[in-house]
Ligand binder design. Structure first.
Ligand code: GLA
Length: 382
């Protein structure tokens, strides 16, 4: 990312210098759609993110310039001042959520830019929320801890973007650590850093370039299905508050009560929570073959039970299997975006060549390929 251009723009617009922060996008090895069900996730921050230069301006106005959209936006701090530009809603939302929690955010000037591909399932929006949450916390001395900042980003999605997401993306963006995945228990919020460096394997993302539209209500509908199943199970088992607390026996008990679709959704989630635990065990033993098998199982579940895959992603998954890739699956919310692949080094080149050419032949467009580097979370950089 070009920090120099950001600084130059900031100086041109506001005739002074600010402080520069960054917050990254994320990958997730396994544990998808488990976060809002109180289960586990296993994300890591990536080496791509959002960079923001910022300074308080002693007014009650927020003035922001997006380098990527080449657009500026100015707004106030009250609910009636909400900007109409989509990208600005994230920033307004973060400021509002801080205020709602009793933390005073004054006016500020900012310029920001990012290199997280948009709509690829790499959480560019969490990177944006987390970069501003981290920056505002610092420049206004709010003393919020990183969990609170993550919750502010999540609440921004809920209230200003309309996606009822879990905590994973904002958490990973804030807590990321180079060379490590983070096993987060989304119910207790306890987490552990797990060193991740599968020797002899490469981790690579293949972007179907189908833009996923999380906000398009399909994501929220999945969540509602899970909540309906919990409500049904609760009648027999009052202690069950989230699907994390349920098992397959409990689910079977309500098979005739819930819709077939809701049943499939819950089945996927219950299995996925267990799959993550099995994967962590395999990782501890350096058993990457089992890790890979679990990734394929997740893909199957996301495609056939949770139904958040699409033709392009299923094609990339088949292509991985055909090329002897150890593990492959759709990553993130789904409905487009990337597959995450764990491939033996010696198979890497042939796999990528085949994935790119056969995808192009079938869909008439080239998928993008990103090698994964696990980087650090939010921080000040200048
Ligand atoms: C999106 C959401 C996350 C999580 C994933 C699916 O990225 O923002 O909270 O639910 O989808 O695992």
């Amino acid at each position: 990312m070009d920090v120099y251009s950001i600084r130059k723009k900031f100086r041109t617009l506001y005739k002074r210098d600010g402080v520069v922060y960054t917050s990254p996008g994320r990958i997730n090895l396994i544990g998808e759609h488990t976060d809002y069900n109180g289960g586990f996730v296993l994300p890591g921050a990536i080496d791509k993110g959002m960079v923001v230069e910022i300074k308080s301006n002693n007014t009650d106005r927020i003035r922001v310039f997006s380098m990527d959209y080449d657009e500026s936006c100015e707004f106030g701090m009250n609910e009636k001042d909400a900007p109409s530009k989509e990208w600005a809603k994230y920033i307004f939302g973060v400021a509002r959520e801080m205020e709602k929690r009793g933390y005073k955010v004054s006016g500020f000037d900012a310029v920001f830019a990012g290199d997280v591909p948009l709509g690829a399932g790499l959480s560019s929006s969490a990177a944006l929320e987390s970069s501003f949450a981290f920056a505002l916390n610092d420049i206004f001395y709010l003393n919020l801890d990183k969990f609170e900042l993550a919750k502010i980003g999540q609440a921004t999605e809920h209230h200003y973007v309309g996606v009822k997401c879990g905590i994973m993306d904002q958490f990973a963006s804030l807590f990321g650590k180079r060379g490590h995945l983070i096993k987060l228990d989304c119910r207790s919020l306890k987490y552990e850093y797990e060193p991740f460096d599968p020797k002899g394997y490469k981790m690579v993302l293949i972007d179907s370039v189908v833009k996923h539209e999380l906000a398009s209500s399909a994501y929220n509908k999945r969540r509602e299905s899970c909540e309906r199943v919990v409500a049904a199970i609760q009648k027999n088992h009052p202690k069950v508050k989230l699907l994390r607390d349920a098992d397959m026996d409990m689910l079977r008990e309500v098979k005739t009560v819930v819709s077939e679709e809701d049943y499939m959704r819950a089945e996927y989630v219950i299995e996925e929570i267990q799959r993550l635990l099995d994967t962590c065990e395999a990782l501890k033993n350096g058993d990457y073959e089992t890790v890979g098998k679990k990734m394929y199982e997740t893909h199957y579940g996301m495609s056939k039970l949770y139904e958040v895959s699409c033709e392009e992603l299923d094609f990339l998954n088949d292509c991985a299997r055909k090329n002897g890739v150890t593990g492959s699956r759709v990553m993130g919310g789904g409905f487009g975006g990337c597959t995450i692949n764990m491939v033996k080094e010696e198979k890497y080149e042939a796999f990528i060549a085949d994935a790119v050419s056969s995808f192009k032949a079938k869909f008439g467009k080239e998928p993008k390929v990103y090698d994964i580097v696990i980087g650090d979370g939010a921080r000040r950089i200048a």
